[in-house]
Design a binder for this molecule. Structure first.
Ligand code: C5P
Length: 218
């Protein structure tokens, strides 16, 4: 069995940057499960489905779908979804579909297959609690809402997306609330997770902290 690191936390808590750099430093694989929820949600939406569609219809669409995660890019049935899943709308769509048991069941199975036997850093909302309950190290990243809004706003601006600070704040609050309150696999720290508040930490400081924990457990 490989060495598995789970990184969970609310939207824009720094998971993606930290997970990617950590994987690079360790020579591990990296899986961003949020990207898989986003891609599947956008795909289902394109098929004319919504979270209130009949479960059977959603299940049928999921059965005919093949997800590949290669070098940080997500493909559905061979089509690259990486760029179009970065928008605020895709984030909200992902959070809406992620409430459904049928969607989670399907994605958790695929995520476990991807992680099987690998040295891997996996980020999401339910990695330490559901996807990899036996992960060797579980981290829960948090940060103040203000810090998270600033980070997300910068990310959108870098991608050339026009959004206001207020819109970003609304998006994060509504996704976090929905993700924490849903019945299936809600966002919460695993009992054995190490909680790191990154509000006033640099990326390097967060990485150093996690690398120290990795060394202690390897
Ligand atoms: O991580 P990211 O913000 O890209 O995730 C988009 C959405 O996908 C989250 O708001 C959440 O609803 C859902 N998600 C999830 N479980 C995961 C990863 C993401 O429910 N493991």
């Amino acid at each position: 069995m490989g060495f598995q690191i789970a990184i969970d936390g609310p939207a824009a808590s720094g998971k993606s940057t930290v997970a990617r750099l950590l994987a690079e430093k360790l020579g591990f694989d990296h899986l961003n499960t949020g990207a898989t929820y986003r891609a599947v949600a956008v795909y289902l939406h394109e098929k004319g489905l919504s979270p209130s569609s009949a479960e059977e219809e959603i299940e049928n669409a999921l059965k005919n779908l093949k997800i590949d995660y290669v070098n940080g890019r997500v493909y559905i049935n061979g089509k690259d979804y990486t760029e179009k899943i970065q928008s605020p709308e895709a984030g909200v769509l992902a959070s809406n579909f992620a409430r459904l048991e049928v969607v989670r069941r399907h994605l958790v199975r695929i995520q476990r297959e991807i992680c099987d036997d690998k040295n891997i850093v996996v980020e999401g909302r339910d990695i330490g609690t559901v996807v990899l309950p036996n992960a060797h190290l579980k981290i829960f990243l948090t940060a103040s809402l203000e810090a998270r809004v600033e980070r997300k706003l910068k990310e959108y601006q870098k991608r050339g997306l026009k959004v206001t600070k207020e819109e970003v704040e609304r998006e994060l609050i509504s996704r976090d609330e929905q993700d924490s309150k849903r019945n299936v696999a809600p966002l919460k720290p695993a009992e054995d997770a190490v909680i790191i508040d990154t509000t006033s930490m640099s990326v390097e400081e967060v990485l150093d902290r996690i690398l120290k924990l990795v060394r202690e457990r390897m």
